[in-house]
Structure formats: C-alpha cells, structure tokens
Write a protein that binds this ligand. Structure first.
Ligand code: MN
Ligand code: MN
Length: 271
C-alpha cells in the first residue's frame, strides 16, 4: 500500500522562475527516461517478481522514484508558474500555458504524452535488471544535461540530489544482477547455437573517406571469437544455423585492393 508523507524527499526552492528551463524539466516528469517511467517500470516489475528479496529492492526503488517524481514535478511547477499569467513566459511552453494553466502534466518537453511504451518489463528478473541499469544510466545523463542548462543554484542542488540517487540505484541493480550468479550471456532457458554464437560477422568492406577500415578489439578478437568476413557474399553452409561458409568466391566481387592493408590488428581467420 502507498502512504503519502506531506514533505518532499528533497526540499525544493528556486531563485527566479525560468519557464524555458521548466519546460526542459518536463523531460524528467513525463518523458521516456523520466521519474514516472522509472517508478512504473520498477514497481510493476516488482509486482511480477517471485523472488522476495529482489522484489523488495524493486519496490523500494520504484517507490523512491515516485518521490523523485514529486520533487521534479514541484520544481517544474515553480519554474512554469509564470506561464499562467505572463505573455512572454507562455511562449516557452504553449501547451502548459494554454491547456495546463502553468501546471505540470504528463508530457515530455516537446509536449508528447507519457506512454506505457516507455516501460521495459519482460517478466525475466535478470533481463529486467539489465534494463534498469541502462535506464538509470539514461536518467543520470539527462539530469547532467539539465544541470548544464540550469542557471539557478537552488534548482541545481535538487537536480544533483536526484542525479546522485540514480547512480545509487544503478549500483543496487548491478549488485542484484550479480547476486543472481548467472553465467555470462546466459539469458532465458534455451542455449544459443554453439557454432554460431561466437561468430563475428564483418558486414562491411573497404576503406572510408577518412581512412576508416575494419577494427579489431575484444568485441571481435581474442577468446573464442571467429571473424567471418563479408558473410553476405558467402555460400550458405547451414541453413539451420544461418551460417555462411567461405567459398572459392567468398569475397565481394569488387573489393578494393587496399582492403588487404585495412585490417588493423589481430589475426584474420578464414571462415
Ligand atoms: Mn529517479
Ligand atoms: Mn533511479
């Protein structure tokens, strides 16, 4: 059950209202990475969660996000209030001025309505936790940009508090994911096809105008990686596995001569 305490989680005050900044703040109120989206995503994941310990985590953070929504909404309201009466201010956000009377509503900074499409809820705890870690990273960077565009020290204080809490949540979700003890890249029940899972498809050819060529890194070399050059130009080896084998004419027909020098490091394995 929910209970409202008649205080904000973080006391909000502002200097001079800045209606244009208030409009930007709506991104964290009714936007894709905003507080309502976070509150709903974690709470509903929690209602779906059969693991009592992680459910407790999801519900605690989901509930904190509702408190963040209250802080952001209050802050945005303070900055948007002049829209109700001041002609110049109204131009900062005509929707809020005309339809909202200077009050906040569940729209993002461009006036798009909040939507459940923002939520990532899969019913798989580890998959949901990965989504949550990414969601916290997005929330953090949006707060950082709001701080960059804010000229009011008191507003910046509140935004720094909210930004910091998102990193706290990121830490907690990361620890919760790790605590599940799953092997790396183990998602769901069906194992990936062994001969296919470690193939890196090099789906580009040639050298770009600025000398860009193929790069090798830990994302495609070392370990059990096998680079498959230009799979689109190879004969289909196994329809079931979707792999393509190196054929006699396995190279693109008009591969530039420079391509042999375009591979930076690591070994090029023949498929
Ligand atoms: Mn938050
Ligand atoms: Mn958060």
């Amino acid at each position: 059950m929910y209970h409202h305490v008649k205080q904000l989680m973080y006391t909000v005050r502002i200097g001079t209202p800045d209606p244009r900044f208030g409009n930007m703040l709506l991104e964290q109120f009714g936007g894709a990475n905003g507080e309502l989206a976070a509150a709903m995503q974690y709470s509903i994941q929690g209602w779906n969660c059969d693991d009592p310990a992680r459910k407790d985590l999801l519900m605690d953070i989901g509930t904190e996000e509702l408190s963040h929504l209250e802080v952001v909404g209050t802050l945005a309201r303070m900055h948007l209030k002049p829209l109700k009466t001041k002609h110049d201010a109204a131009h900062a956000d005509p929707l809020i001025a005309i339809a909202g009377g200077g009050g906040v509503n569940l729209y993002n900074s461009m006036g798009d309505p909040w939507t459940a499409d923002y939520l990532k809820i899969t019913g798989e705890l580890d998959v949901d936790l990965r989504s949550n870690i990414a969601a916290e990273a997005r929330a953090k960077i949006v707060y950082e940009r709001l701080i960059d565009f804010c000229e009011d020290p008191d507003s910046i204080d509140a935004l720094k508090f909210l930004m910091t809490r998102e990193i706290t949540h990121m830490k907690a979700f990361t620890a919760a994911l790790k605590s599940l003890g799953l092997p790396p890249f183990s998602i769901g029940r069906i194992p990936p096809t062994p001969e296919l899972v470690s193939q890196y498809f090099d789906d580009s050819t040639g050298v770009g105008n600025k000398g860009e060529s193929d790069f090798r890194g830990p994302w495609n070399s070392g370990g059990d990686w096998e680079v498959v050059e230009a799979p689109a130009f190879r004969e289909l080896e196994s329809e079931a596995a979707g792999t393509r084998a190196a054929g006699g004419d396995g190279q693109p027909e008009r591969q530039p001569a420079a391509s042999s020098t375009s591979r930076r490091s690591g070994t090029r394995k023949s498929a």
